[in-house]
Design a protein around this ligand. Structure first.
Ligand code: SF4
Length: 410
């Protein structure tokens, strides 16, 4: 495995707010940051900020930054105004950012102080979305990891499924697990604080997202046990993920086959149609979302592609091991990034498809490479059986577009 620690090209963890604010319905995300952070959220989240204001930015002006004591008072005042105006807020996340003055600000102490002031009506937590400390999917990890220590304790044997999924996908997953007779089942993040989950030594948990390393560690610290499995992308990944949980709950194989047979067949059919343009094509992953290893497994084993390099910002054995074990031998696996060296490797390998962040996509397209934006894979419903065909289609689209442009140019 190649490990690189050079310059990297990724979004910051604030980006996670864009999907988390939709998922946790009684939460508000208050970014303690600069005007740059406010611009990022406004431009990335676009219309939503006006349609459903569930996040905002406490911009610390230069005068506040001159004295940290003033910054704390400014933060308290902003929170007081916000909570007076918005009685629907039950969970408030203070989200740290990059400016050095914000990094110096003790948000942990601020969250404790504000929790004491506003409990039990509002719970105040904090995490960092700073671009210095986090890549874009790590924002969700940091948010969920911040929730774990304050979850109530339980001795009950329960399953927690961890990861923010679109509601429709989450409902499909719950239906599958329920049909298998698996439960009690809890979801982290819960949709509201009223659906609060508890954790303890008899809790087992499964992850739906491969970027939840800190949340995994936080749950282990609370005594919970991880059910290791490939991630539920494609027919094979979904079946392996469900099967690992079914084994943990001693579900008979006949029941498992009966429940999964029809959706498995639908997924295989959808993939075989959508993956036609992907067959015998090569793919090169730049590190971006931490979804790279499970997606490379899906593309190579279910869509007929060859992986040339699979780069991931971080590789955790406990999370990515089951997918790595299934990945065919051959691709260079790389962790971290030294972007110029990796661009050289990509140009030399000349893949049919490159999966990368927005910052690299334009220069690569200008050089004639077909690219897929990694961020789209996080914003689009791609998990479990019913989305397996859409997942293959997402990768097929840039190849189809390139061949149409080529025909038009001839
Ligand atoms: S957290 Fe840092 S990288 Fe992200 S928008 Fe703010 S200043 Fe930029």
């Amino acid at each position: 495995m190649l490990k690189q620690r050079g310059q990297r090209e990724v979004f910051c963890g604030l980006t996670g707010i864009i999907w988390l604010h939709r998922k946790i319905q009684d939460a508000f995300f208050l970014v303690v940051g600069s005007r740059t952070c406010a611009h990022l959220l406004q431009s990335a989240a676009g219309v939503m900020i006006f349609a459903e204001p569930r996040f905002g930015t406490a911009i610390l002006e230069e005068a506040d930054l001159a004295g940290l004591k003033d910054a704390q008072a400014e933060l308290d005042r902003t929170v007081e105004e916000l909570l007076a105006r918005r009685p629907d807020i039950r969970q408030l996340f203070l989200v740290g950012s990059c400016p050095s003055e914000v990094i110096k600000l003790d948000l942990n102490r601020a969250a404790e102080r504000l929790t004491q002031t506003y409990a039990p009506r509002v719970r105040v937590l904090e995490y960092s979305g700073s671009g210095i400390e986090t890549t874009f999917t790590q924002g969700e990890d940091a948010c969920l990891a911040a929730m774990v220590p304050v979850l109530p304790s339980t001795d009950a044997r329960e399953l927690i499924v961890v990861g923010a999924l679109p509601d429709v996908v989450e409902d499909q997953m719950v239906a599958l697990l329920t049909d298998l007779g698996i439960g009690p089942l809890r979801i982290l993040p819960a949709r509201t604080i009223e659906d609060e989950i508890a954790v303890g030594p008899n809790t087992v948990f499964a992850l739906t997202q491969p970027f939840l390393g800190d949340t995994h560690a936080a749950l282990i610290r609370r005594g919970a046990r991880h059910i290791a499995a490939p991630f539920p992308f494609g027919e094979e990944g979904t079946t392996a993920w469900l099967s690992a949980i079914a084994e943990e709950f001693n579900i008979p194989r006949a029941l498992f086959d009966r429940v999964t047979e029809a959706p498995r067949r639908r997924a295989r059919q959808a993939i075989s149609q959508a993956a036609v343009p992907l067959n015998d094509k090569s793919v090169f992953f730049f590190p971006d979302s931490q979804l790279e290893i499970p997606l490379a497994r899906f593309l190579t084993r279910e869509c007929g592609m060859t992986a040339l390099e699979v780069g991931s910002p971080y590789i955790h054995d406990a999370l990515h091991g089951p997918d790595l074990d299934l990945l065919p031998t051959g691709p260079q696996i790389s962790e971290g990034q030294d972007v110029d060296l990796q661009l050289d490797r990509c140009r030399a390998a000349h893949p049919d498809l490159t999966v990368c962040g927005l910052g690299l996509a334009n220069p690569l397209e200008a050089d004639g490479f077909a690219t897929k934006w990694a961020i789209e894979l996080v914003f689009t419903p791609v998990h479990f059986y019913e989305q397996a065909g859409d997942l293959a289609a997402l990768f097929a689209r840039p190849l189809r577009r390139k061949s149409i442009l080529k025909v038009a140019a001839e």
